[in-house]
Design a protein around this ligand. Sequence first.
Ligand code: SF4
Length: 451
Amino acid sequence: MKQAFCIPSPAVRPSACPGLLRIVQAKDGGICRIKLPCGRLDVDQAERIARAALQHAGGVIEATNRGNLQIRGIRAGNEDALIGELLDAGLGPRTPGADDVRNLMVSPAAGVDPQALVDISPLAAELLATLENTPRLHALSPKFALLLDGGERLAMLEHPHDIWLCALPLEEGVGYAFGLAGCPPVSANDAPALAIVPATQAHALIIALLDLFLELAKPEQTRMRHLQENHAPAELLQRLQERLGDALLPAGEWRRAPAQGNAHLGVHAQRQPGLVHIGAATVLGRLDTRQLLGLADLARRYGDGNLRLTPWQSVLLANITETAADAVIHSLHAIGLLTDASEPLARIIACTGASGCAKGLADTKADALRLGELLPAGEEQPGIHLTGCSRSCAAAHRAPFTLLAVAEGRYDLFARQPLGNGFGQLLGHHLTPDEAAELLASLTATRSFTR
Ligand code: SF4
């Protein structure tokens, strides 16, 4: 589907965040972020992204931690042509001002996950359409983020969201627990949900919350957590009750069932008998054009013609027959993707680092590859995050272990604490990747870490 508006447009706001219409410069060239509705794109679109990345950039495509794709290394002078090709492939927003508000996360397995209480896809589609078609909502920050959770076993519950909704069973049908500026509660210590809304009111609730935010927030308050500095959750709930009448119910001690670890990798049965979804991780969040074309080919031959990007910087192929699973796994390995959670590189994430970002103090990607060679294999091994500076672009959550660059080839090692802030407890200072690997191996051997 071709979008008709011209680019660049005055409706595109200045921001440090890349968008499809706003290419942001980095050390290694321009970055264009393609926000995918619910993380999905069809195989034709995937092929067009691959071709555009080769023609207008260096062929490097990144899977982001919000289930989007971005092309980096865009050559100067090629920006408009690249944007035009992506719009021509139907990857742009419905109007130029709507690109930034497409920050809605759902499970990559929505509609096929056997544990889900509801297929969240229709509500997500309705909400995305409202966000894009309602100009007053385009004032939201490019970082303002929403989560719709259908109760899937494959769910990213660790990323904080400005607004989150989780499906739960009610006496009559399904409802949604919801909360602000955080994550759905899983354990007793987690902040509880604000209230519960019946499914029929879920869309109205979200729009009422967005309107409330836009009415109350000062210009410098771009996120829900900022607004809560002046307006307590109880006050926001009362204002919401006034708008929605008697729709809201108390959430009590409701807790979300934990998600299944590593369900984004490998073969998993779907709710549809005889079908499976298969997940494969990129190495450190990067795909080359050959890999993206290979994924499109697999989805076309064995799947439903779509790719689903995940917040684990991986890809899900859905609706594959059980009998084809082995062939698909074999092909995914052949193009260099990871399907086994025991592989060290499947649990390491790294930001762009010094090779592509001026703020990076170390080449995090190269050091992460070295770490991957040294760390032990095993499904129960904890996740590790290498970050070139404290901005932590690669991780929206706190990883069990964080390596924060302090100089070229040198890192401070932190372990996540259950209730702490920041990266956690400092365990080692000024470590080389080899020294960090040795310390990590000894810590994980004694299981001295918090999952
Ligand atoms: S975390 Fe720092 S070094 Fe890494 S990409 Fe972000 S700004 Fe650059």
